[in-house]
Design a protein around this ligand. Structure first.
Ligand SMILES: Nc1ncnc2c1ncn2[C@@H]1O[C@H](COP(=O)(O)OP(=O)(O)OP(=O)(O)O)[C@@H](O)[C@H]1O
Length: 235
């Protein structure tokens, strides 16, 4: 479903960060993108979400070239992005944040689906609470649901477990897995938490210096081949 070929991107001040990333993700897969700090994982996510211009190569979703399309076109084509740090609207309520996920989407009604709170019930309990007053884990659940109400085909998650207490990390992992299994949602997730990765992903890509340098075609290889983890994650 996602085909990325020799993708190049970077920042005006910092030069090229992505230096020719190439990989595919099939429909319904959950793929982890792993690598040390500064290797270009967030840059790749931002390029795929249309938040950063690409300088070379291409990426296609279901055969349609999306490189350098505006972010709203990419979102309407079905790529949803939950950035590192979540970027929810802290002064809006939970429900108002979720509505932001459907407003402006031409394919969707301008209201929330009735089962929206089934996935993370705490969001239903706190639907009228200002989002900024919730815990980091609850804000992450909100950021994920705000993206999912837009009905993406491909969900890009950047470090969803960062700074979140372990019980909520587990809940997020279980819920994402259940959603992926029941809807065929495809997920590309950047993560440092290997327990979370092992519970959620089917395979992993390793990024080094702006390219996909290696891969674990089964997630079990993270344990079977410790040299991969040592080399690409320094642990
Ligand atoms: N807005 C920016 N302007 C200039 N350089 C940037 C910007 N954002 C990131 N970079 C640089 O791009 C490189 C890759 O950063 P990126 O955030 O993609 O890495 P990462 O693999 O996601 O690591 P991390 O886990 O630290 O987020 C780093 O050298 C970083 O300093």
């Amino acid at each position: 479903m996602l085909q990325v070929e020799n993708l190049v991107a970077g920042y005006p001040s910092g030069g090229r960060v992505l230096k020719g990333a190439t990989f595919d993700v099939a429909k319904g897969e959950v793929v982890a993108l792993l690598g040390r700090n500064g290797m270009g994982k967030t840059t790749l996510m931002r390029a795929l979400a249309g938040q950063l211009a690409t300088q070379g190569g291409s990426f296609r979703l279901d055969g349609r070239e999306l490189g350098n399309c505006p972010s709203y076109v990419i979102a309407n084509e079905g790529i949803g992005y939950v950035p590192q740090g979540r970027e929810i609207f802290k002064d809006f309520t939970v429900e108002e944040n979720l509505l932001m996920g459907v407003l402006g989407k031409p394919r969707l009604p301008n209201r929330l689906p009735p089962d929206i709170y089934d996935f993370f019930p705490v969001l239903g309990e706190r639907r009228r609470q200002k989002a900024g007053t919730m815990s980091g884990g609850q804000q992450q659940q909100l950021a994920i649901m705000r993206c999912l109400v837009g009905q993406p085909k491909l969900l890009l998650l950047d470090e969803p477990s960062e700074g979140i207490q372990p019980s909520i990390v587990d809940e997020i992992g279980r819920t994402l897995q259940a959603i992926a299994r029941s809807t065929g949602l495809t997920i590309l997730v950047v993560e440092q938490n290997l327990d979370f990765v092992e519970a959620l992903a089917g395979r992993a890509l390793f990024m080094e210096n702006g390219v996909i340098a290696d891969r674990a075609d089964r997630i079990g290889q993270l344990r079977e081949r410790p040299e991969l983890v040592h080399r690409y994650l320094s642990i």
